[in-house]
Write a protein that binds this ligand. Structure first.
Ligand SMILES: [Zn+2]
Length: 617
């Protein structure tokens, strides 16, 4: 700990310091000690453990004067988030200057600051000495802004609006940019706003953009990577030395990562060399990584771009077997497959949830009766969309592997409350057994107080929901209390409002309508007498890529006036998740599917354990 006066002396000297000859990787190998809390690889940081990160850290170093822009499009669990941490530690210690570190939200920035940055500063005496102590009278050390000798670290969320608007930035880190807001308060993209702050440093700046990609065409990191020199890590075959990019063989390519399976379980996994076709076992991987080389696809470009596939993940991180097993587990579920492609291959996912053709869905109707649950239905849920003069209701039956059957679709006009009571109290019988109605989700976006009043006076299966359009939200989020007393305290048994991530739910539903067309997991079924109007409403939206401030983002848009059946279907799905649908699992695979979790970053947001540190990417 240094006192305030000492701090001023150090700060005054700092302006005279020359940039050092050390590089980020050398600094990390010498200084960085990893968190010991539940970390598999606690202890000194070693770049040799993840050799593909070495060049990235070298070009981030101030000794590399030719490169100012670095883009990293990556899988998760490959050690990528340590690049930014090492970079920050190096700047504070060796090349001080103002840093802006931006994450998707202010909450994430705060959490990252507390859990990662503060821990790193505490663990390295030479940088701890340089950072202003939190209680110093010279001030300047809070969770989101830390002064240090010769510079400052500002942390912000992409939704933070005017944060640090007037600050000049030498080092800009945009982490997880596929989760960034496309626009802040009508002022434009947070990415371009942040980049503008580096203008004064021109050739001395360093801008690092790092993310796992999301949707093809709507992915910011993909867009940045495509503008770069597009480097891929090539590793040599242990048998013939041919340098190659590791790929996953999803079809019948003659080379790539291959596996055999029995009843959905991987029995063997290996890599077939693109040149000599030898079978390469995984234990060769670390040796191959050490001899790897980054080779650009577009060598004439100045912006550096690195793609890191999860297949490069060293032994002890994520194995080839695990990646292949996850591929098999996700095959029937489009959202799970998207997460797999993004987080394991580090690649954007090609959209497969375009608008389904309603006539094709109509042709799939089956000869069963409405209100009579077919074999396979374990429980029923109800989704209700509230309109001016009516409600639109979908009753849906759910079975193993999220397979589902439409039980009833219709509209109730006028005073709907007692009619809805009758509908959900109906005794749904199959072979003398009652199939229970386990959840009733009612949209409160329109007639809010009427819906709250209805929910307040019913049992806990009945709940109010509200659609949330933001990207990457879970289908069903955490509820908030709506009934508070005059002290602002919660009233027992008061109304709770549950947020529904409509983008995620619609993507999941459209993916299933398009891809899961045969009976089995995730397949949707309809009875024959359902109306054409239902199908027209069900397919009334499509996903479009829009551009705001030069950056792409995806948005659901209506192609027909009425989409009530689509909304009611989504609410019925949300009700099924609350009722425990995920735990019904799959007959072969009793694990829950990934479909209903938010894709993305909260990682895409898949929460994973880092091998370097026990935390979230
Ligand atoms: Zn070979």
């Amino acid at each position: 700990m240094i006192d305030g006066r000492m701090y001023f002396i150090k700060a005054a000297c700092a302006g005279l310091e020359m940039d050092p000859l050390t590089t980020v990787d050398q600094w990390a190998d010498e200084k960085r000690v990893l968190n010991t809390v539940a970390s598999r690889e606690a202890g000194n940081y070693r770049t040799s453990r993840t050799p593909y990160l070495r060049e990235i850290m070298q070009v981030l170093s101030v000794t590399e004067t030719e490169v100012t822009d670095i883009v990293v499009m990556k899988a998760t669990q490959i050690g990528g988030s340590e690049v930014a941490n090492n970079f920050i530690g190096y700047i504070i210690d060796c090349a001080p200057g103002p840093i802006l570190y931006m994450l998707p939200t202010a909450e994430l920035a705060e959490r990252h600051s507390r859990s990662r940055i503060a821990t790193m500063i505490e663990s390295i005496p030479t940088i701890k000495d340089k950072v202003t102590p939190p209680k110093s009278r010279t001030g300047g050390n809070t969770v989101l802004a830390k002064n240090f000798v010769g510079g400052a670290l500002y942390m912000a969320g992409s939704n933070s609006g005017a944060a640090f608007r007037n600050v000049s930035i030498r080092y800009l880190i945009l982490d997880d940019i596929d989760g960034f807001e496309p626009d802040i308060g009508g002022e434009g993209s947070p990415v371009s706003l942040a980049e503008r702050r580096t203008d004064t440093y021109s050739s001395r700046k360093k801008v690092l953009k790092i993310s796992t990609p999301t949707q093809k065409g709507g992915s910011l990191i993909e867009k940045e990577f495509l503008k770069s020199d597009q480097r891929y890590y090539h590793v040599p075959c242990p048998f013939c030395d041919t340098l190659q990019i590791l790929i996953f063989s999803t079809n019948n390519e003659e080379y790539g990562l291959k596996y055999t399976e029995e009843n959905g379980e991987i029995t063997d996994v290996w890599y077939t060399c693109m040149s000599c076709r030898e079978k390469i076992n995984e234990h060769y991987k670390n040796k191959m990584l050490k001899k790897g080389l980054w080779i650009p696809k577009q060598p004439n470009r100045t912006k550096r771009g690195y793609h890191i596939s999860g297949l490069l993940s060293p032994l002890g991180f994520v194995s080839w077997r695990q990646i292949a097993q996850e591929f098999i587990d996700s095959k029937n579920d489009l959202m799970a497959m998207k997460v797999w492609v993004n987080t394991r291959l580090g690649e954007p996912y090609e959209s497969a949830w375009e608008q389904p053709e309603w006539e094709n869905l109509r042709l799939r109707c089956e000869p069963y009766q409405p209100m009579k649950p077919p074999i396979g239905v374990v429980f029923i849920t109800c989704g209700v969309d509230v309109q001016e003069n009516r409600i639109v209701v979908v009753l849906r039956g759910w079975g193993i592997g999220e397979e589902s059957w439409l039980i009833w679709h219709g509209e109730i006009y006028g005073e709907w409350e007692s009619q809805l009571d009758d509908l959900i109290a109906f005794n749904f019988l199959r072979d003398g057994t009652s199939i229970p109605v386990l959840g009733i989700a009612i949209d409160s976006g329109y007639k809010t107080q009427q819906v709250y009043h209805y929910c307040r006076n019913r049992d806990s299966r009945v709940f109010a929901i509200k659609g949330e359009r933001a990207r990457n939200k879970p289908v069903l989020g955490k509820p908030t209390e709506q009934d508070l007393n005059w002290k602002g305290k919660r009233i027992p048994k008061g109304v709770k409002l549950w947020p529904v991530g409509t983008d995620t739910a619609k993507s999941t539903l459209y993916g299933r309508l398009k891809n899961n067309t045969t009976p089995g997991p995730c397949c949707y079924h309809w009875y024959e007498s359902v109306t054409d109007e239902y199908f027209l409403q069900l397919t009334a939206e499509k996903i479009e890529t829009h551009i705001k401030g030069g950056f792409p983002y995806l948005e659901w848009v209506k192609t027909r006036d009425r989409n009530d059946a689509l909304d009611a279907e989504i609410y019925a799905y949300a009700a099924a998740i609350r009722a425990g649908l995920l735990w019904l699992g799959d007959s072969k695979n009793p694990k829950k599917t990934a479909a209903s979790q938010a894709p993305s970053k909260k990682k895409n947001k898949v929460t994973v354990k880092s091998c370097f540190m026990n935390s979230e990417f």
